[in-house]
Ligand binder design. Structure first.
Ligand code: FES
Ligand SMILES: [Fe+2]
Length: 420
């Protein structure tokens, strides 16, 4: 249980808040490259700041204040030019540093005018990696965008999905420090959902009883471990464990399917959930020239929260805790040891930033950022390291427009393995 003040310290993300300052030390996904290829300007709200992301005609990205400095129109309706974004109202042009570089009428009537030099919008660096666009809103110089192993693998299929959630980001992250929910939310609850929706459907794997959980910190965050009934400490779920990357990323993996889930605060009450998915069937795969993007639904058409995928069940649990869960009323038990550890890490790292230091998991040396390899519990819940169609179809990947092709590639890989 926390005090109201402690809860606010952990959940508020706006400029000048302790958590806002900590989260501004990291790069966060803001859009997929594929989204910007379709539409070159996009409203972005990140850590409580209203911004516009654009791609100019030279291919450069900018992330600047959403409102023109002149008469405050929304620059998401602006005109991408060769070098920057031009306001559609009176033609002021901004570059990716937010600097105004042209004021057409001012320069016509007073060619010597340097008015534009005084006009600069807040602006943040943007970098593309693996089909995702990351933004950094902290003090400069910016650190490196972490090159997690999933961004570096060859012969894989990548996809990006996102869901906007009406709840605070910390609810998503605390769930990732909580192994026990799996057997209930994705086991018993899922079984009941399937009973209602598709009684003949195969039951997903995840409902073994948890008998032991443990957690340890490592350079990039913490590892959670679970021992389920009938298992042993030699199982990957215990021995290898499941990494959570500080401060706001869950890594998932096993059976040729790997994901990073980024929980990016839009503001105190809303979160953008980015699913970066990597499929690695062991077969010759078609060359992927661009990484596709798709929306992952939060609600059914009738407004109810989606509850028939593992990912949607997590969304549901976070959203029904309310916009900002009231941690002054919670009652924590043994199953919450990971939640307590994670909150302590957040407190410690906020303190480091307040004291003027650099928090953990920030990379500045390119030679240490070539490939950041992560442990992966391949043999998850006794899956035998194999791709499971039942699990795949029980995840948000089933909303992918390419789901059928991806499953076919895993079938091809299985058939080829059988041939050997
Ligand atoms: S409002 Fe943008 S140039 Fe006038
Ligand atoms: Fe979950």
């Amino acid at each position: 249980m926390l005090t109201v003040a402690e809860n606010e310290r952990l959940t508020r993300v706006g400029p000048g808040t302790p958590m806002g300052d900590l989260l501004r030390r990291y790069w966060h996904p803001v859009a997929a490259v594929a989204q910007m290829d379709q539409e070159p300007t996009r409203e972005v709200r990140l850590l409580g700041e209203d911004l516009v992301l654009y791609k100019d005609r030279s291919g450069a990205y900018g992330l600047i204040d959403r409102y023109c400095a002149h008469r405050r129109v929304n620059l998401a309706y602006g005109i991408p030019e060769e070098n920057g974004l031009r306001c559609m109202y009176h033609g002021w042009l901004y570059d990716e540093a937010g600097q105004c570089t042209e004021q057409p009428f001012e320069e016509t009537v007073r060619p010597e005018s340097r008015f534009k030099d005084k006009i600069k919008l807040p602006a943040y660096p943007v970098e593309a990696l693996g089909g995702l666009l990351f933004a950094y809103m902290g003090p400069l110089p910016a650190p490196l965008v972490p090159r997690w192993d999933v961004f570096t693998w060859n012969n894989v299929i990548r996809e990006i999905g996102s869901t906007q959630l009406p709840c605070n980001w910390l609810q998503c992250m605390e769930n990732s420090a909580d192994p026990v929910h799996t057997e209930w939310l994705h086991g018993r609850f899922f079984a009941q959902v399937l009973e209602r929706m598709a009684p003949d459907k195969e039951r997903p794997l995840y409902w073994q009883k948890h008998v032991k959980i443990d957690f340890d910190t490592f350079d990039y965050g913490f590892i959670k471990r679970r021992l389920v009934e009938g298992g042993s400490e030699e199982d990957d779920d215990w021995k290898v464990g499941h990494p959570v990357l500080f401060p706001n990323v869950l890594r998932l993996g096993g059976g040729g399917v790997y994901e990073h889930h980024y929980r990016v605060p839009i503001d105190d009450h809303n979160t953008m959930h980015w699913a970066y998915e990597v499929f690695a069937p062991e077969t010759e795969l078609p060359q992927q020239d661009h990484v596709p993007y798709y929306d992952i639904p939060l609600r059914f058409d009738d407004g109810r929260l989606v509850d028939d995928t593992i990912d949607a069940q997590d969304n549901l649990a976070w959203v029904v805790q309310g916009p900002v869960m009231d941690r002054s009323l919670e009652r924590l038990g043994e199953s919450d040891r990971g939640v307590i550890l994670y909150r302590q890490m957040l407190h410690d790292q906020m303190q480091i930033v307040e004291d003027g230091g650099e928090p953990m998991c920030v990379f500045r040396d390119p030679s240490e950022n070539v490939v950041l390899t992560l442990p992966t519990e391949e043999n998850k819940f006794g899956s035998g390291r194999k791709f499971s169609r039942t699990v795949f179809e029980a995840t948000h990947a089933r909303y992918s427009p390419n789901a059928v092709e991806i499953e076919a590639l895993f079938d091809k890989a299985a058939a080829e393995a059988g041939d050997r």
